[in-house]
Design a binder for this molecule. Structure first.
Ligand code: ZN
Length: 294
């Protein structure tokens, strides 16, 4: 099932890659192996492999409100120079083919919304054409949270001035700035509404300007939560940060607030890296929670 209905909206999932990614203890350094083992009946094999790798998806979602098609997060992308991350370096993923298989062409996308500006969320913002990075979606306006943009712009400029390696593997330069230069970027403030009942909420911690995207339609409610959670494993303890969370205290607080707000409700949660389904629901499980992808 690669599509869900939320009120009068639909959500489709566009997968770039999916499978065992790295050891659980590497991505989630604080995670307790014994508690993961005790939850193996629902975590394995879909989210934790037999050899203790975290199963992750790199995926985008397309929210179709009937008025606009909003692409949420843009994966790693093709042809990017990522020498320090071999799995992302000069890749030729079939993501555009997956988009077409979902019935969509790049020109069908009205809005691109990046929950944050890490390299695995901005890649398809641009593609390489005649040696230049150009926006992949010719008609789209690209929505970036102003706080997030300002943070990475400052990091980018500081790295240039000090001749340090560029932040985020250089993705600000090849996947964000070209969109700005093309005049297709819109920097937005807290609470920005993209469409009726579709708005951004600040969710800092993983990065300073991370946002989540809410979509309400009729009785339906969906939350696109980016990397606030990387894996259903974190439902065992929302205090378990990923190694990529910039502010651990704030990231854990944001994660717990999100989990508590959606648990045991009909809210469809759509994290950027949960494998195997177009989101799912968080349900209480004793003192913690578990993932229900039905
Ligand atoms: Zn990510």
């Amino acid at each position: 099932m690669e599509q869900r209905v939320v009120g009068s909206h639909t959500v489709r999932r566009i997968v770039e890659s999916e499978g065992p990614f790295a050891p659980v203890g590497f991505i989630l350094p604080g995670a307790d192996a014994a508690r993961i083992e005790a939850a193996a009946h629902w975590l394995r094999p879909g989210h934790v492999s037999e050899d203790q790798q975290l199963v992750m998806s790199f995926q985008s979602y397309v929210l179709d409100t009937g008025r606009q098609r909003i692409l949420v997060d843009a994966c790693v992308g093709n042809d990017k120079e990522r020498p320090l991350r071999p799995g992302w370096h000069r890749q030729l993923f079939g993501w555009l083919e997956a988009l077409r298989a979902a019935g969509l062409q790049p020109q069908d996308i009205d809005v691109v919304c990046c929950t944050h500006l890490h390299a695995d969320h901005v890649g398809w913002n641009t593609c390489l054409r005649n040696g230049r990075w150009v926006p992949t979606f010719p008609r789209a306006r690209y929505v970036f949270a102003r706080r997030e943009y300002a943070h990475w712009e400052a990091e980018h400029r500081a790295a240039l001035a000090q001749e340090r390696p560029a932040p985020n593997h250089g993705s600000f330069a090849d996947s964000v700035l070209p969109v700005m230069d093309a005049g297709q970027a819109v920097l937005v403030d807290d609470g920005h509404e993209l469409d009726t009942g579709v708005w951004l909420e600040p969710a800092p911690g993983h990065t300073p300007g991370t946002v989540m995207l809410h979509a309400r339609s009729g009785a339906g409610h969906a939350v696109f939560s980016g990397d606030i959670l990387h894996s259903p494993v974190q439902l065992l303890d929302p205090g378990w940060n990923s190694r990529f969370c910039e502010d651990p205290v704030q990231a854990a607080a944001t994660r717990r607030r999100l989990v508590e707000s959606v648990a045991d409700t009909d809210t469809l949660l759509l994290p950027a890296h949960f494998a195997g389904s177009v989101g799912g629901r968080v349900v209480g499980d004793g003192p913690a929670w578990r993932w229900d992808a039905r």
